[in-house]
Design a protein around this ligand. Structure first.
Ligand code: NAD
Length: 495
């Protein structure tokens, strides 16, 4: 059966934004979403595209494209990472911004969702060029970020140093120090203790809870495979090893290693050897395996913690783990999700599993605003409590309703966002007439059929970076800047 599904994989299976929209549509199976709010959630509120022209160290001139996509701010300022990667695209940014809205709602911090990126391979740039590019990006999006507006953080290809440059450039333009404009900063500049390893710590906590709740098993002695050995992957391995798990396979872009009895050395030695070798694929111990083999290895828990679209319709049928815990954002396509569910593999979704990072980012922001510094123990105990609580909420709903953990997590998150939008009156003033029109249409044709046409929006206003002041939550002016989205049709039911 899995093979049949796999053979029908369409070209669109790996389009991140289509997948994010499919996930949003799936929520209508569980909760009723007012069509007006559903329509608002399908697209970001603001999209910023900037072109950054740079004189390189060798005297040549290059242009880079950068994005900042702000999906929703009903629950608080926009929040999301900044990615430097050659395959950064508008579709990817839109999808990630939407995921961030769900993630901040699910872990219950007062933020919305955003994402940014520059299409660049940072390894091709020297340090001065990287700093210059980052400062140009901040100049271009200056009016659309800020501690109460939109707060970037590190993601793939960026790090605390990049956050420090952002903070400095923004502060220079403001005329005073503004540490709360970014999170994931170096501790010396107001970063939080525990932020760097927070995502991996959270992933390990969720893996431990999932194994106990779903399989009745202890993490101690459990066999785990982790794909990706960057910030998230390496810290996940570290905390899993601390918990006594048997990490039997690890990998990065340069290859992988298999250890039948678990990593044979302490984590600090493993990490030092990894740094010396430059890639997991050149570690001096373990049996070489490919990334594909790692994903299909026989383990209790599989943790994809590298990049998106690693488990697809093509390989989902061969996944032999009991539980997949998504350390990366979007590592499983919707088609793979269906295959895994059919095969009894539980998937703990990204918006829950890797939310430890944004959670400690929130702690950092609070510390910055209050000019305080919490102890590492304080940060870690708050992280543990919030992650366990979020897991229990999702698992409880999944069990009660007989649905997947992904659907439960999405339903909880979307419901929270819609409630905030409703309470704040986002449907007014322009949307109410359209809402009535849609409801009339829907009630005439019944929930399953009828027109799925979108309510009209105000004419598309292209966000001009650095020109317009940020709009208040729900304000209609200048917020819909997405033109030409190829959105799939509405949810299965308007509810
Ligand atoms: P990173 O750049 O530090 O590490 C990425 C890792 O993935 C590296 O080990 C790299 O070698 C590996 N990789 C890249 N391409 C690969 C491929 N084709 N096959 C196998 N491995 C490959 O990034 P990160 O911060 O660890 O982020 C990893 C994932 O976690 C991303 O999806 C990111 O969006 C997500 N995430 C990160 C954080 C955070 O706090 N850093 C928070 C939430 C989610």
């Amino acid at each position: 059966m899995a093979r049949e599904v796999a053979s029908s994989v369409g070209r669109g299976e790996e389009d991140p934004y289509s997948n994010a929209l499919a996930q949003l549509a799936s929520v209508a199976q569980v909760i009723e979403i007012d069509p007006v709010y559903y329509e608002m959630l399908k697209t970001p509120r603001r999209e910023i595209t900037v072109y950054l022209h740079m004189k390189m160290s060798d005297g040549s001139v290059r242009s880079f494209v950068g994005y900042r996509i702000q999906h929703n701010n009903a629950r608080g300022p926009y929040k999301g990472g900044l990615r430097y990667h050659p395959i950064v695209s508008l579709s990817e940014m839109r999808a990630m911004a939407m995921l961030m809205t769900w993630k901040t709602a699910l872990i219950d911090v007062p933020y919305g969702g955003a994402k940014g990126g520059i299409t660049v391979d940072p390894s091709e740039l020297d340090e001065d060029e990287l700093e210059e590019l980052t400062r140009k990006y901040v100049n271009a999006i200056y009016y659309n970020i800020g501690p109460e507006v939109d707060i970037p953080a590190p993601d793939v290809g960026t790090n605390p140093q990049v956050m420090a440059w952002i903070m400095n450039e923004y502060s220079k333009m403001k005329g005073y120090n503004v540490p709360a404009v970014v999170t994931g900063k170096p501790v010396e500049l107001g970063g939080s203790l525990g932020r760097r390893e927070a995502t991996g710590r959270g992933v390990a906590i969720v893996a431990r809870e999932a194994l106990r709740a779903i399989k009745g098993r202890d993490i101690k002695g459990a066999r785990v495979a982790v794909q990706g050995f960057g910030n998230v992957g390496s810290n996940t391995v570290r905390f899993l090893m601390e918990m006594g798990a048997k990490v039997v396979a690890i990998s990065d872009v340069g290859g992988g290693r298999y250890f039948p009895d678990g990593v044979p050395v302490a984590f600090d030695k493993l990490y030092a050897d990894f740094l010396a070798a430059g890639t997991v694929g050149k570690l001096p111990y373990g049996t070489p395996i490919t990334n594909a083999e790692l994903l299909e290895s026989e383990v209790d828990v599989l943790i994809p913690a590298a990049i998106e679209n690693q488990i697809t319709g093509g390989n989902a049928g061969r996944i032999r783990a009991d539980i997949v815990v998504e350390g990366a954002n979007g590592p499983t396509t919707p088609m793979a999700d269906r295959i895994l569910e059919r095969n009894g593999v539980a998937v703990i979704p990204d918006i829950l599993a890797n939310s430890g990072g944004v959670l400690v980012s929130y702690f950092e922001w609070v510390q910055n605003l209050e000019r305080e510094q919490w102890t590492l123990e304080e940060v870690n105990s708050k992280l543990e409590a919030k992650m366990v609580r979020a897991f229990n909420e999702v698992h409880g709903m999944a069990r009660e309703r007989g649905i997947s953990h992904r659907l439960a997590a999405l339903a909880l998150a979307v419901d929270r966002v819609v409630k905030a939008m409703k309470l704040a009156g986002w449907h007014r003033p322009w949307a109410s007439a359209h809402a009535r029109a849609i409801r009339r249409r829907t009630s005439r044709s019944g929930p399953a059929g009828g027109s799925r046409r979108s309510p009209a929006r105000p004419s598309s206003s292209t966000s001009t970076p650095g020109r317009s002041p940020p709009g208040a939550p729900g304000s209609s002016g200048g917020s819909w800047s997405c033109s030409g989205n190829s959105s799939p049709s509405g949810p299965p039911s308007w509810g």
